[in-house]
Design a protein around this ligand. Structure first.
Ligand code: FAD
Ligand code: FES
Length: 272
């Protein structure tokens, strides 16, 4: 695990890219150099002490050359409302990079990336890294309706093939992104790995599909976080592991902040 820094970084730009969705670019060379796709930063949203708790946001893009990182966030409540009001030139107090990130296997040739709603946030950096490693990348984006489709152009600009599913059929495939995934598999486009981020129900379904066709599946989980650095145990999730000595399944609680947020889909206990 990389060292978690607590630093002040400058806001270089902040733009509302869709209704209530903001893209923020930060000058953070120390973090850009040491970040893996899938890791996140823990942000003090306001200049004052309220709200007390930081808010976790994935690292959306990493520009090592310029020493910059991006976040893409949806305004949800008091923390993100305040964050969206921060000005260009402000210093932002952040901790990071945190967590384990996605693991791209060297032998993988085809990568499938599935994002639901704002779940696309950590997946752009992953697509960029996969393409840089010479992998063929397909991206499936799911949203309720056309206006809520996020990231299509950004993934295309990287060279990924992008398909979209909207629940109401207002844009491209009508239905769930998981149905689109099934269709892609039926058409014989079999990935070596599937990476996904989005609502838990979507992740659970993707894991079931991946298990059926025996494809490695990694999911980025979200839990409400307090400390964000592994100390408070406020973000635990139940994980299955195998006791090799006794050859039986064991269960343990892992912290989404530092043991995740990325887990093997097959290890997550989805019923909890
Ligand atoms: C590892 C990690 C990475 C994340 N990356 C991103 C990202 O890149 N972009 C992004 O927009 N959001 C991301 N989130 C979710 C984001 O942290 C929350 O939306 C944010 O903390 C909400 O804070 P708030 O003060 O605005 O809202 P609050 O007032 O705290 O909550 C408003 C609503 O959001 C829900 N909520 C709050 N926190 C979470 C959470 N962690 N997971 C699910 N629902 C939550 C609450 O239940 C409530 O309904 C991430 C979460 C985690 C754990
Ligand atoms: S948020 Fe405190 S242990 Fe994860």
């Amino acid at each position: 695990m990389s060292v978690i820094l607590n630093i002040k970084v400058k806001i270089l730009s902040r733009k509302e890219v869709a209704s209530n969705i903001y893209l923020m670019r930060l000058k953070a060379p120390e973090i850009a150099q040491n970040t893996l796709p899938g890791q996140f930063i823990h942000i003090k949203c306001s200049k004052g002490n309220y709200p007390l708790l930081r808010r976790p946001l994935s690292i959306h893009r990493i520009d090592k050359g310029k020493g910059e990182i991006y976040t893409l966030f949806q305004v949800m409540g008091e923390g993100t409302i305040l964050l969206a009001q921060r000005e260009v030139g402000d210093d932002l107090d952040i901790m990071g990079p945190i967590g384990n990130g996605f693991s791209i296997y060297p032998e993988s040739r085809k990568i499938m990336i599935v994002g639901g709603g704002i779940g696309v946030a950590p997946l752009l950096a992953l697509a960029e890294e996969s393409i840089a490693q010479g992998k063929e990348v397909r991206v499936l984006i799911g949203a309720l309706k056309k206006e809520l489709v996020i990231g299509e152009e950004s993934f295309k600009l990287l060279g990924a093939k992008v398909d979209i599913a909207t629940d109401d059929g207002s844009y491209k495939y009508k239905g769930l992104v998981t149905d689109l995934l099934k269709r892609t598999i039926k058409e014989n486009w079999l990935a070596d790995q599937i990476f996904a981020c989005g609502p838990k129900s979507m992740l659970r379904k993707i894991n079931e599909i991946a298990l059926r066709v025996n494809i490695n599946c990694q999911v980025s989980l979200e839990e409400r976080m307090a400390c964000g650095i592994g100390a408070c145990l406020g973000c635990v999730c139940k994980i299955k592991t195998k006791d090799k000595k006794e050859d039986k399944v064991k269960y343990e609680y892992k912290r989404v902040c530092v043991d995740g947020p990325v887990f093997e889909g097959s290890e997550v206990v989805w019923d909890d």
